[in-house]
Write a protein that binds this ligand. Structure first.
Ligand code: NAD
Length: 397
């Protein structure tokens, strides 16, 4: 009886993907974890210290490579695709949207097609007639003449568990963003799962496109998919271009802290470990075909967040080139089409699956600042010439 999972984690060398791999390998050491990652500028093998470990495999490759994805699904007998791979940075999508359409839309389409083919050609071994299914909570053997519903036509998670006593239910978990819902006015309620899509950047538009494809594959082909839309993540291993690492690194280097526009844009912040825990709950108990919003209950203005980081740095860093760090704050030309406010309502996840975030913003930021303080060896090599060039294009006084 196979009761462990076999996961394909796309984008597992990136920020959230690598945190997820760490989380999963700790929590479920007998599960098989296969990472597929193209190692773009944002992917980093140093985020994954698992090579050589039993049950872990890293494959460098593109999610748009259909033949490779087909092979991995078959070879590894994958039951769970956790799809993180994406071009993920809004500023880069403004400079060059093409890669976003390619990876986020075409890449997701390629994975869905491969998974559809896999479902049709390699359905899970059904239980033998007369043999009691041993899936979660079902003592009932198949009755004489009873028809098994083919895997590709199964609709809900419970029947999936029952239909596959020799393995886990199959699931395509698509990780997306709250940015697909667009921008909120100050008086608007937070985004729920039924908020209409209104993406404003090439990044969010490409993620919205991929979400729609995932949704369509569930409705059309009954692929067992789930979509999650989460708010801004923060924590260890986040690439220097993103707001929190950018500020930590610039403070340590005594560089200006560039803040777009008037700094009043509001974002919700989700500690990446909390996010991973939410994905765990969803992989195990989420309802197939559903969407879940994941938020941190931490709505903060950008300027206030940066001031919190300055204070933490002043407290925790021994030698800073400029003190107080807040003297480095510099307002720069606003991002094109900059969304004013995102806020996320995760009531559905709380009431249906019992998940709530457990790390406060203060505690999460403290842990993150500590991490960047001690892991100079991790971030310094990432400040390449390519990165400096990107930086000069984006932050204009
Ligand atoms: P990231 O940029 O840190 O990592 C992306 C990873 O995907 C990298 O390792 C990269 O090498 C890989 N990749 C890119 N193109 C690929 C391709 N064609 N084939 C294979 N691998 C490829 O991103 P992240 O911040 O970890 O985000 C992960 C996912 O979560 C993304 O789908 C993103 O849209 C979503 N998300 C992120 C946030 C956030 O705050 N970071 C918030 C909401 C949603």
């Amino acid at each position: 009886l196979k009761n462990h999972r076999s996961l394909l984690v796309t984008g597992g060398a990136g920020f959230i993907g690598s945190n997820f791999v760490h989380y999963w390998c700790n929590a479920y050491p007998s599960d098989r974890v296969v990472v597929l990652d193209a190692l773009t500028y944002a992917g980093n093998l140093r985020n994954l210290a698992f090579d050589g470990q039993k049950n872990f495999r890293f494959v460098q490759g593109d999610i748009c490579d259909r033949a490779l994805v087909d092979t991995l699904l078959q070879e590894e007998n994958i039951d769970t695709i956790a799809h993180f791979a994406a071009e993920s940075h809004v500023d880069r999508s403004i400079l060059g949207p093409g890669a976003f359409v390619q990876t986020n839309v075409v890449g997701t389409f390629t994975l869905l097609e491969a998974f559809r083919h896999y479902q049709l050609t390699s359905p899970r071994q059904p239980p033998q007639r007369g043999e009691p299914p041993q899936g979660a909570g079902s003592p009932t053997p198949l009755q004489q003449g009873e028809e098994l519903i083919p895997p590709s036509l199964q609709e809900n998670s419970k029947s999936f568990d029952l239909a596959y006593p020799n393995g886990q239910r199959r699931i395509f978990l698509h990780i997306s963003t709250d940015e697909v819902y667009g921008s909120l006015a100050p008086e608007d309620p937070p985004f729920t799962e039924t908020t209409p899509y209104a993406p404003n950047s090439p990044y969010s538009a490409s993620k919205a496109g991929s979400d729609h494809l995932v949704r369509a594959y569930y409705h059309t082909y009954k692929l067992p998919t789930i979509i999650t839309n989460c708010s801004n993540n923060y924590g260890a291993y986040q690439f220097p271009e993103k707001l929190i690492p950018l500020m930590c690194i610039n403070i340590l280097m005594g560089k200006e802290l560039p803040i777009y526009g008037d700094g009043q844009n509001l974002r919700d912040w989700l500690f990446v470990d909390d996010h991973c825990q939410a994905l765990d709950v969803i992989i195990h108990r989420g309802e197939i075909g559903e969407t879940y919003n994941i938020g941190g209950n931490n709505e903060v203005k950008n300027i206030d967040l940066v001031k919190m980081l300055c204070q933490l740095m002043d407290e925790l860093a021994a030698d800073l080139p400029v003190r107080p760090s807040s003297n480095l704050i510099t307002f720069v030309k606003d991002r094109l089409g900059h969304d004013r406010r995102y806020a996320i309502d995760s009531t559905k996840l709380k009431t249906q699956l019992g998940w709530t975030p457990s790390v406060t913003l203060e505690a999460g930021l403290r842990r993150t600042v500590q991490w960047y303080l001690t892991r100079r060896d991790w971030w310094e090599p990432l400040l390449s010439e390519e990165y400096q060039e990107y930086y000069r294009q984006v932050y204009v006084l």
